[in-house]
Every structure is written in structure tokens, then in C-alpha cells.
Design a protein around this ligand. Structure first.
Ligand SMILES: [Fe+2]
Length: 277
């Protein structure tokens, strides 16, 4: 079972309470006592995120994420400051949201602002993408664009660990099952997806900046927030449209195109997890 990113251990408590409630008369005086006690699940921390594993035989978290960490480590998310956080309710299945994140096939039609700072067909997959528990790749920034912003300027400071090609690209990583990590030269953005039902997803979007940038007297996260707030709304609208299409009696799965290679990898990884292989 894949690990899920969480913000607090609350889901564990919730699950255990529900189990006890199945037969209230059997609840012992000490609810932590065997055999009806709380179920202990493996919890691990990686950089700034907390993960819970749904089974008892979790492999070491650092080992599980080591290949992906090669791409994330230079951004040092553990030292960054969350300066902005938005929450959304998307009327679509969480996998529709994840698939949308994993392709820019839709960008030309949906995101004119994004296309002005980053060519939608640029970039390449990261080494190791699609092999185990994550899918990801990068896209270029256009000449004159310092980051993802409505006019391509940065209102922050470059992250201290970023140099070379990473100063001219944005990395996009989907870590199964529910954490999306977007790596910019001057900030890291995350989307945490929580299914509320088969057709509804809660999305928490957070923007993390260098502490020295946040300490500047004229710092404002709006330069990054406004860009992605617009793109997020455009994406949620498209996801909800896809969800409506999936729900129609005439829906038939179609082939994926060349620009949807990451979607194929995501779908294949999910299929393997559902099959338990
Ligand atoms: Fe999009």
C-alpha cells in the first residue's frame, strides 16, 4: 500500500475511533489495551513532510524516496518557510487531478499565462521517473522569465542550493499517492490531495520560500501565489469537466498521446498498486 502524505496524525486517530465504535459494548476500560486497542501504523518524516504507511511492513522511508530525493534535495524544502496556503474543493476524483498535473498537453488551450513563461512542450522526464513510487520531469523557463509569474519576474530570492540548469527550469514531481511537488528556482509549491469521495477532492496548495526572502521588508508571496492561483482555478475547472465526462453513459476510455507519457506512468503505477504487485 502506498504511503500518504499527511499534515498531522489525525487520520490514524479517526480510523481507530471508527473501529472501536463498531461494537461499543466491547470497548474495554482502557481503549489502548489489546485486542481492541489503537492500531499502530508506521509514520516517517522526509524533509518537511510527514508520511503514514497503511501497512505494518513499511520499508525505510529514506530508502523508498532516495532516487526522487536527488531532484528535491537541492531545494532544501526542510529549511523553507510556508508563506501562503490555499485550500480548494474540486468536484473530481483525485486521480483526475493527479493526471492533469502530469501532463501539459492541455496547457496551450488552458494556460496562456503559463505558456508565456514556460514552453508547454519543453523539458524531459527525470531519471527514475515511473519506476517505483513517483513520476516527474521538468519544463524550461523562457528567456527573460526568472520563474513562474504573470510577467516572468521573481519577487523573491533564488534558493541557495540551485545552480546550473535548475535556474532555468521548473521541476514537477507526483509522489504517489497524493503529494505533488513543484520545484521553482525561488520557491517550492506543493499540492496535497485528499479524496473526500469518488468525485470530490480536497486540495491544499502551499508555497514555500527561503527564510532570507521572507525576511526582506518588501517580500510578498503574491507574485507566485497569484500565478498558480489562476492556473489552479483553470485546472480545477478542466478536471471537473473531465469528471462530468467520465460520469456520462457514453464515456469510453481513449488512447494516450505522446505528450501524456507521465500520465501513462502514473496510471501504470496506480494499476500495479491496485493489483498489489
Ligand atoms: Fe494545468
Amino acid at each position: 500500500m502506498p504511503r500518504a502524505a499527511i499534515s498531522s496524525p489525525a487520520p490514524i486517530t479517526t480510523a481507530a475511533s471508527a473501529r472501536r465504535g463498531q461494537n461499543a459494548s466491547a470497548v474495554p476500560a482502557d481503549p489502548t489495551a489489546e485486542p481492541l486497542g489503537l492500531v499502530e501504523l508506521p509514520v516517517g518524516e522526509w524533509r518537511v513532510w510527514v508520511f503514514v504507511h497503511g501497512g505494518a511492513d513499511a520499508p525505510p522511508l529514506a530508502e523508498t524516496l532516495s532516487e526522487m530525493d536527488t531532484e528535491v534535495a537541492p531545494y532544501e524544502p526542510e529549511r523553507l518557510v510556508t508563506a501562503e496556503r490555499h485550500e480548494y474543493r474540486v468536484e473530481a476524483n483525485w486521480k483526475v487531478v493527479a493526471e492533469n498535473y502530469n501532463e501539459c498537453y492541455h496547457c496551450g488551450l488552458l494556460h496562456p499565462e503559463l505558456c508565456r513563461v514556460s514552453p508547454p512542450r519543453s523539458g524531459a522526464p527525470f531519471e527514475g521517473s515511473g519506476l517505483d513510487n513517483w513520476v516527474g520531469g521538468w519544463m524550461e523557463l523562457r528567456d527573460g522569465a526568472a520563474t513562474m509569474f504573470l510577467n516572468g519576474a521573481s519577487g523573491g530570492l533564488p534558493l541557495r542550493g540551485i545552480d546550473g540548469p535548475r535556474t532555468r527550469r521548473v521541476g514537477y514531481i507526483a509522489l504517489l499517492p497524493n503529494l505533488l511537488i513543484s520545484l521553482h528556482p525561488d520557491y517550492v509549491m506543493t499540492h496535497r490531495l485528499t479524496p473526500l469521495g469518488p468525485g470530490v477532492t480536497h486540495v491544499e496548495c502551499a508555497w514555500l520560500f527561503a527564510p532570507e526572502a521572507v525576511a526582506e521588508s518588501d517580500f510578498a508571496p503574491s507574485y507566485a501565489r497569484d500565478f498558480w492561483e489562476l492556473s489552479n482555478r483553470q485546472d480545477w475547472s478542466a478536471c471537473e469537466s473531465v469528471q462530468r465526462g467520465l460520469a456520462t453513459p457514453g464515456y469510453t476510455p481513449g488512447p494516450l498521446c505522446e505528450d501524456e507519457a507521465d500520465v501513462y506512468e502514473f496510471v501504470a503505477l496506480m494499476a500495479r498498486r491496485y493489483l498489489g504487485t
